[in-house]
Design a protein around this ligand. Structure first.
Ligand code: SF4
Length: 339
């Protein structure tokens, strides 16, 4: 059966026209789904009984079941959801001073094979649908009785490898009659699928783009992120400059520091050369050690030196707070342990 949450508002109106219903009915259903957050057609009390029965025959809600929920000492909550076809995905809720941020997955598994990532080793099964991406927000809002303020596409999967469904989900999340989270509070992270970065730049979406950079030259980046052999660093930076020019938005570069790999002063100098003059921010991430992983965490001293060097050269850099490290909150870790 079709998932009612797979449709953005315009698509839902078209569905209703096909059913012989007025488009404004679709708007009512949309509001029930994302503002009232009901979980059955029977709760949509301003629809006639006939229409409710008609909808029940065509669509269902695909409400996720929680397989496991872990809570960290710092308040981070990690969910493992049953997506109802035998697969499981992870979603992480984090508390920041600027509100509640949800880190969502975009695929079941990932094809990119980044060497520092716990999702590597989990076979790619399929893309998540738009409705399954949106359901991660709804399921957490229902469970915690909260309103999410920010969404980051940094869970399992490469969001730009599932471009259409991710963009469609963002339309639902961003729609004022839907979940109503401003585009500037939505962040998409990519390992560097260059053609899709251009497409995103041309789409006029005001989301924040985050690039998983992690290295400053092709040799090193090839060894950490196989995607770099297809889309090398100089082309990636060119695409980022295009994105900034087109959107006038600051790009966030993610840089996970791994001990004796990419955390010395030479790397910091190369990074400055690479990003000089760009409207950007660097997020330094103390790498999470994963089971059988080849990288280990850099020392606090090196992390701070790295940050200070970048800041001294005019590149804004901050060290990301490690959230949920006691509950395997790095992407893929909870799922991997439960398979
Ligand atoms: S870091 Fe992201 S893109 Fe790379 S393997 Fe992990 S989930 Fe995929």
């Amino acid at each position: 059966m079709k998932n009612i949450k797979d449709y953005n508002l315009n698509e839902l109106k078209e569905e209703f026209i096909k059913l012989g219903e007025k488009p404004y009915r679709a708007e009512q259903v949309f509001t029930w789904l994302y503002i009232a957050q009901v979980t059955s057609f029977d709760d949509m009390t301003n629809l006639s009984l006939d229409l409710r029965e008609k909808l029940k025959k065509e669509y269902d809600f695909h409400n996720f079941k929680i397989i496991k929920k872990q809570e960290s000492k710092d308040g981070t909550k990690k969910y493992l959801f049953d997506v109802l076809d035998g697969n499981a995905i992870e979603t992480v809720l984090m508390e920041y001073h600027h509100g509640k941020t949800l880190c969502v997955s975009s695929q079941v598994g990932c094809k990119m094979g980044c060497k520092f990532c716990a999702s590597t080793g989990i076979n790619f099964s399929r893309n998540l649908t738009s409705g399954e991406i949106v359901e991660q927000l709804l399921a957490v809002q229902r469970d915690e009785n909260i309103k999410i303020n920010n969404v980051v596409f940094m869970g399992i999967g490469e969001p730009l490898d599932n471009y259409e469904n991710v963009i469609n989900a963002i339309e639902i999340i961003n729609n004022q009659k839907g979940i109503n989270i401003g585009a500037r509070h939505i962040s998409i992270s990519t390992s560097g699928l260059i053609p899709k970065i251009y497409e995103l730049a041309d789409s006029n979406l005001q989301c924040t783009l985050s690039i998983s950079l992690h290295a400053t030259n092709n040799n090193k980046r090839n060894s950490m992120m196989p995607i770099n052999t297809k889309y090398p660093i100089e082309d990636l930076i060119k695409a980022c400059k295009y994105y900034i020019k087109k959107t006038n938005r600051r790009i966030s570069f993610e840089y996970a520091l791994a001990k004796e790999n990419n955390d010395n002063l030479e790397d910091a100098k190369e990074l400055v050369k690479l990003l000089k003059g760009m409207l950007c921010h660097v997020n330094l991430i103390p790498i999470n050690k994963i089971e059988n992983g080849i990288y280990s965490k850099s020392t606090n001293e090196n992390i701070m030196k790295f940050r200070d060097y970048l800041n001294s050269k005019g590149i804004t850099a901050t060290i990301r707070r490690e959230l949920g490290s006691d509950i395997d909150a790095a992407c893929g870790q909870l799922r991997r342990k439960n398979l």
